[in-house]
Design a protein around this ligand. Structure first.
Ligand code: C2E
Ligand code: MG
Ligand code: MG
Length: 608
């Protein structure tokens, strides 16, 4: 038998996980097939045997190799004759199709194909007869009747110039397809509820928004109230069971293009594609809450849950992400306001919260770029008119916004925690400046620095202040810390903290006195030097007898407790006279001086 090489044109094809099938060899009636590395091995063996023993002929060996490969190959293989009838078939093929080998020998391969595929495979076989390798995706019907998706490769078998048949190699890709579908499912659906997941929802929502035009589209972001508590109290399994039932109720009435999804945990999103108004969206949301009114049957018992819903609608150039964010924000507000309710997002919120975020970001930058500086407001002894102190007030020179008042950025700095860093800088700068004035031979008076509650709660506050005093060289009696009444609410902490501070030698005053919580009882036990009457009382001394009475009472009480009193925000002579009459010790306010830059304070100190 001659060894006839065929399929030289076969460049190789992909089989199971991209493994490459290399050129094939065939012998006349029986066929030798070599795959990949088998070729090299076969050729090597062939040479060795022919050379050494002289007994085994090359053609025999190739035939044996081909026979073995076909027989033992895990891939379904078959040899077809010119008419497409089975000449040889391996076990993998017969197993795949559910037949015994004997049943198929001599049978027409095409009868096994799905009707719809027959013609195209026939055409492929015609091309193979002309010497060209072909491959195609086809469906073979299993003996029991179910379809198998097969990747089919047909290789020409030739003797001389005549193609005598074809070697068919198949690969069952039904599994791969099933796996792909499974992977797709896992990627886009929530395993537990079977609902689309966040990814799928976002994708679909974006598609809907792109095609929305003038249509009104609304979405709800829902979350089960106190789900964590339910989970913690009854266990995860219970929680999952509940989620499953809730998911069913939420999505029960959805129609057409509307979509409900489980976003994560106990959060669901629902999009309504064909609404006419916000009113309709609100009605839908209310209806959803109503569906929860009927108790769930959990382990045989009725179980009540409520949910909260945030709503948002589409707008020009909005993408899914931003609408979801808005609905989520609305949901957050519902939660804050006591749950079990619905709320529609309002554009006004975004502006203010975006502005806050921007400002917070700029605040951070501002600290890094040293955009802050201090003004000082003199405090005067009322009867002598002498400067007795200076309050350091922080200022922010923003590169674009100009001078930003502390009322705008201090609360933000407090909220974000940046106040600690900023406050430390203020302390340091105020001490350094005060020391500079003293070094220049100017009047030595204490500088007052406002402390934020965050700073006050810092464990190492005392050490920080001690370090600042040491490093700036300012003597402690020239530093006063202003705290507010609320900081004294934790009496034990406040007492201990203030004692530590006063032991350093610094003094303490209570700022904005009268506006916060005051336990007058504790006031006498805390090491406080003076009270600063809030400017809101001072402002209306003239017009409001109540305020006048409060101011008078604070002064009297402070004196009884052996505390100094300073009135803030004194703007007029009448206010000053009233305070004088009631023996207030000191005043601070625009009437005698607004907060000023350090250079101008220098002038004032020189004059004093
Ligand atoms: P505050 O500690 O009560 O400071 C007094 C505020 O009253 C200052 O406002 C001052 O400019 C203003 N003021 C002074 N005299 C008058 C007056 O005659 N009439 C009126 N209407 N207002 C007067 P400012 O500088 O805007 O500071 C506002 C608040 O910001 C301060 O109130 C303080 O609570 C806070 N703050 C300022 N600097 C700092 C700081 O460095 N750290 C902290 N934690 N807070 C600061
Ligand atoms: Mg103050
Ligand atoms: Mg004040």
């Amino acid at each position: 038998m001659a060894v006839i090489g065929i399929g030289a044109a076969v460049a190789g094809w992909i089989i199971f996980a991209d493994r490459l099938l290399s050129p094939l060899y065939a012998t006349g009636a029986s066929i030798a097939v070599c795959i990949g590395g088998f070729i090299g091995m076969a050729l090597l063996l062939k040479q060795q045997y022919a050379h050494r023993s002289g007994q085994i002929y090359a053609s025999d060996l190739s035939a044996q190799i081909a026979q073995s490969i076909i027989t033992y190959s895990p891939f379904p293989m078959a040899v077809l004759d010119h008419e497409g009838r089975f000449v040889t078939i391996n076990d993998a093929s017969s197993q795949l199709m559910g037949y015994r080998r004997g049943e198929l020998m001599g049978e027409d391969f095409f009868t096994l194909l799905d009707n719809g595929n027959r013609q195209s495979v026939l055409e492929k076989l015609e091309l193979v007869k002309q010497g060209a390798m072909q491959q195609t995706l086809t469906t073979i019907i299993h003996k029991t009747g179910f379809p198998l998706e097969i990747q089919l490769v047909l290789l020409p078998l030739s003797e001389g110039n005549n193609v005598t048949g074809a070697l068919a190699i198949g690969q069952d890709i039904s599994d791969r397809k099933r796996n792909n579908e499974r992977i797709r499912y896992m990627a886009y659906y929530d395993d537990m509820t079977g609902l689309p997941n966040r990814r799928m929802f976002m994708m679909h929502f974006n598609e809907v928004l792109e095609r929305a035009g003038d249509r009104f589209i609304g979405m709800l972001y829902l979350d089960i109230d106190q789900f964590k508590l339910i989970n913690d109290s009854f266990g995860r399994e219970f929680g999952d069971m509940l989620l499953l039932q809730v998911a069913e109720r939420f999505t029960r009435g959805l129609s057409g293009e509307d979509m409900g999804a489980r976003m994560e945990g106990d959060e669901f999103a629902i999009m309504f594609v064909s609404l006419h108004s916000e009113k309709e969206l609100v009605e839908k949301a209310r209806a959803l809450l109503t569906t929860l009114e009927e108790p769930f049957e959990m382990q045989g018992f009725p179980f009540h849950v409520t949910a909260s819903i945030g709503m948002a609608t589409n707008c020009k150039d909005c993408d899914a992400g931003s609408i979801i964010k808005k609905a989520d924000m609305a949901l957050g507000r519902v939660k804050e306001q006591g749950r079990n309710d619905i709320l529609l997002y309002s554009e006004d919120w975004n502006n203010s919260s975006l502005e806050r975020l921007t400002l917070q970001h700029e605040l951070k930058q501002g600290i890094q770029r040293n955009e802050f500086f201090l003004h000082y407001q003199p405090q005067y002894h009322l009867s002598t008119g002498k400067v007795v102190g200076l309050e350091a007030l922080v200022r922010w020179q923003h590169p674009d916004r100009g001078l930003v008042p502390p009322g705008q950025f201090i609360p933000l700095a407090e909220e974000s925690g940046m106040i600690v860093q900023l406050g430390e800088w203020v302390l340091e700068e105020a001490c350094r400046q005060n020391k500079r004035w003293q070094d220049d031979g100017l009047l030595a008076v204490p500088v007052s620095v406002n402390l934020s509650i965050r700073q006050f709660m810092q464990q190492n506050l005392k050490d920080k202040i001690a370090t600042i005093l040491r490093e700036t060289g300012l003597s402690p009696q020239y530093l006063e810390l202003e705290i507010t009444e609320t900081m004294t609410m934790d009496v034990q902490y406040a007492t201990q903290c203030l004692l530590e501070l006063t032991r350093l030698g610094v003094s303490i005053s209570i700022d904005d006195f009268g506006t916060g919580y005051s336990s007058l009882n504790y006031l006498k036990n805390l090491p406080i030097g003076r009270l600063k009457i809030d400017r809101s009382f001072v402002r209306d001394i003239q017009q409001d007898p109540g305020d006048a009475a409060i101011v008078a009472a604070i002064i009297a009480m402070a004196h009884n407790l052996n505390l100094q009193v300073i009135a803030e925000g004194v703007e007029t002579e009448e206010q000053m006279n009233f305070l004088k009459q009631h023996a207030c010790d000191e005043i601070q306010g625009y009437f005698w001086s607004p907060p000023l830059p350090s250079e101008q304070i220098t002038q004032i100190l020189v004059r004093n």
